[in-house]
Design a protein around this ligand. Structure first.
Ligand SMILES: NC(=O)c1ccc[n+]([C@@H]2O[C@H](COP(=O)([O-])OP(=O)(O)OC[C@H]3O[C@@H](n4cnc5c(N)ncnc54)[C@H](O)[C@@H]3O)[C@@H](O)[C@H]2O)c1
Ligand SMILES: [Zn+2]
Length: 376
C-alpha cells in the first residue's frame, strides 16, 4: 500500500458553497463548506487538514463503493472502517446498533470524526450514528450519488427507518464538511443518476428558471458544467436551510415540491417499485398540473409541459405503473408526514417556473384528476 506521503494531492478545481448557520450558544461554529469538484477524494488528506478536521477517522461506507473507499482510506492515517450493505434496508435501528458498537470497539473518541462515504442511505445512517455516538461527534459527508450531492448530504437531516415507516427515527446533525467528488458519479448506475436528476429539476422548478432551462434537455455525468449544476442546487438548498433549519417556517417545505404525491406513491408500492427520484418525478408532474388548475397559482400550461419535457429528457417516468391500485395511493396520501393539523395535505405548487409556494390546500377532486393524468 502506498503511504499517503508518496501520493501528492493534485490541486483540484473546487466550488465552495458555505452553509452559514449561526454558532451554538456556547460559541462553537456550525457553519460549514460544501466542496464540489472532480477528483477531490485524491486530495482528502489536505482537505481535512485545511478544515482542521482531525482523526481518528471512522469511515462508514456502502460496500459497493470499495474502489472509492480504498482511494480514501489509503490517504488517511488513524482510520478504521465499517462497511454497510447497499440499499435502503441498511437504514435500520439494527444497523445503527452494530455501527455504534463498532465505534466503541474502535475506541473512537469524542474528538474523532465519522466519514460517511456513499449515497443518501449511508449519509442518513452514518449521520445518525454521528449524531448519537457519545452524544454527537464530527461528521464529514462524502456523497457519491447525484441525489446525495444535491440533497441529502446538505442540511443536517439524519435518520433511519422503522418497520412502521420511513425516516421515523432521526436527528438534526449538521456535518462539519461535505466533499462532493464528481468523479464518483462515473460508476453510478444510469437509473440512479436519473433519479438524482429529478431533484435537480425540482430545484430549477422551485427557485431557478435558468437552472431549469439548462437541465431541461438532459444532463450526463461527464458534462463540463456538472460542477456548476451541483453548485447551483446546493446553493439553493443551503440558502433555504439557513433560513429554516428545522423546517418550522414553511420555507424548507418548498423542497417538498413533488413529494406529497411522490411519498404516497413510494409508500403505496412498498418502497420497491420506484426509486425516490422516480416517484417524485411522477409527483412533480401531478403537482405541476395541480398548479395549473389551482385558482391561486394558475401556472401557465406551457410551464407544466416544460416540466414534463424535462422529466422525459432525463429518462424519468411520466406515467404510473397501471398495476398500482389508485385507492392505495389515495390512502397513503392521507397519512403523509406533511399532513397539516387539520388533517388535509399541504401541497407545494408553482406560480411559475422558478417560483413556488408551500401550504396550499388542494381539493380531493383535483388530486384525483392529477392521478388520472398519470395513467399510461
Ligand atoms: N437527509 C436528507 O435530507 C435526505 C434527502 C433526500 C433523501 N434522503 C434519503 O436518501 C436515501 C436515498 O439516497 P440515494 O438515492 O443516494 O440512495 P442510495 O444511498 O441507496 O444509493 C443508490 C444506489 O447507488 C449505489 N451507489 C452509490 N454511489 C455509487 C457510486 N458512486 N457508484 C456506484 N454505485 C453507487 C448504492 O450502493 C445504491 O445501490 C433515502 O433513504 C432517502 O430517505 C435523505
Ligand atoms: Zn426528495
Amino acid at each position: 500500500m502506498a503511504s499517503p506521503e508518496s501520493r501528492p494531492a493534485p490541486s483540484v478545481p473546487t466550488r465552495i458553497v458555505r452553509v452559514d448557520l449561526a454558532p451554538r450558544p456556547d460559541g462553537a461554529a456550525r457553519a460549514y463548506d460544501v466542496l464540489i469538484g472532480k477528483g477531490l477524494l485524491a486530495a482528502i488528506r489536505e482537505i481535512l487538514a485545511s478544515h482542521q478536521i482531525d482523526g481518528p477517522y471512522s469511515i462508514i461506507n456502502d460496500v459497493r463503493l470499495r474502489d472509492w473507499l480504498h482511494d480514501l482510506e489509503n490517504r488517511l492515517e488513524r482510520v478504521s472502517l465499517s462497511s454497510v450493505p447497499s440499499g435502503e434496508s441498511s437504514k435500520s435501528i439494527e444497523q445503527v446498533a452494530t455501527l455504534l458498537q463498532r465505534l466503541a470497539a474502535q475506541k473512537i473518541p469524542r474528538s474523532g470524526t465519522i466519514i460517511a462515504l456513499g449515497g443518501g442511505v449511508i449519509g442518513d445512517l452514518g449521520g445518525f450514528v454521528a449524531a448519537t455516538y457519545l452524544r454527537g461527534i464530527a461528521l464529514v459527508q462524502v456523497p457519491t450519488t447525484l441525489l446525495a450531492m444535491v440533497d441529502s448530504s446538505v442540511g443536517g437531516k439524519t435518520g433511519v427507518n422503522l418497520p412502521e415507516g420511513k425516516n421515523l427515527v432521526g436527528a438534526f446533525h449538521q456535518p462539519r464538511l461535505v466533499v462532493a467528488d464528481l468523479a464518483t458519479l462515473a460508476t453510478l448506475p444510469a437509473r440512479e443518476f436519473a433519479a438524482g436528476m429529478a431533484e435537480v429539476i425540482k430545484y430549477g422548478a422551485i427557485r431557478d428558471r435558468a437552472l431549469f432551462d439548462r437541465v431541461a434537455n438532459g444532463v450526463t455525468p461527464v458534462d463540463d458544467d456538472m460542477a456548476d449544476i451541483v453548485e447551483k442546487c446546493v446553493t439553493i438548498k443551503a440558502r433555504i436551510v439557513e433560513r429554516d433549519e428545522f423546517e418550522t417556517k414553511g420555507e424548507r417545505a418548498l423542497l417538498n415540491f413533488g413529494h406529497t404525491l411522490g411519498h404516497a406513491i413510494e409508500k403505496a408500492t412498498g418502497y420497491t417499485r420506484y426509486l425516490h427520484g422516480e416517484a417524485i418525478a411522477l409527483g412533480m408532474r401531478a403537482a405541476a398540473w395541480l398548479s395549473v388548475w389551482h385558482p391561486e397559482t394558475r401556472l401557465p400550461e406551457a410551464d407544466a409541459r416544460a416540466i414534463e419535457q424535462a422529466l422525459r429528457a432525463s429518462n424519468l417516468p411520466l406515467t404510473l405503473d397501471p398495476t398500482i391500485d389508485r385507492a392505495t395511493i389515495l390512502a397513503a396520501l392521507g397519512n403523509d408526514k406533511k399532513v397539516a393539523a387539520d388533517g388535509g395535505n399541504r401541497w407545494v405548487l408553482l406560480k411559475k417556473l422558478g417560483e413556488a409556494t408551500s401550504g396550499n390546500q388542494v381539493d380531493e377532486s383535483l388530486v384525483e384528476r392529477s392521478l388520472d393524468l398519470l395513467r399510461p
